[in-house]
Design a protein around this ligand. Structure first.
Ligand code: ZN
Length: 134
């Protein structure tokens, strides 16, 4: 039986920045937050998941209120990770290998000719709604 003094694991996150955003959201609703393994995960983020990431605990009696916030937070993370067109916000994108090869060719050409024109970072996804090359 859990008592009021115990706390419960409510989220595990790989990124320290995500963990602090969630912590802020929980504390804004007067939920007490305990974070564990943040030091190790911050030093070597690539290995953070090997130890289960940054663990966020809340007091057992606040778990229901905290769960709603955590679920909304995870939903937002999912939405933000879906690639969208920069021009029209459509999610109807298709990877364009021809644009990617053209980009590599142009980078090699500018490298060997010494013009050093940077073409920036792109995802090479063509929007099927508006035709924009993202
Ligand atoms: Zn578009």
């Amino acid at each position: 039986m859990k008592n009021a003094q115990q706390h419960i694991l409510i989220a595990e996150l790989a990124l320290s920045s995500d963990a602090h955003i969630l912590r802020g959201l929980l504390e804004a609703q007067n939920i007490t937050v305990f974070m564990f393994d943040e030091g190790f995960s911050s030093l070597t983020p690539a290995d953070a998941l090997a130890v289960g990431g940054i663990k966020i605990h809340v007091p057992f009696e606040q778990k229901d209120k905290a769960n709603k916030i955590v679920n909304a937070f995870y939903e937002n993370l999912k939405k933000e990770s879906i690639p969208k067109c920069s021009n029209c916000d459509s999610i109807n994108l298709k990877y364009d290998i021809r644009e990617h090869i053209k980009h590599i060719f142009m980078n090699l050409l500018t490298f060997f000719t010494g013009t050093n024109a940077s073409h920036g970072t792109r995802s090479f996804k063509k929007c099927l709604d508006c035709g924009y090359e993202n």
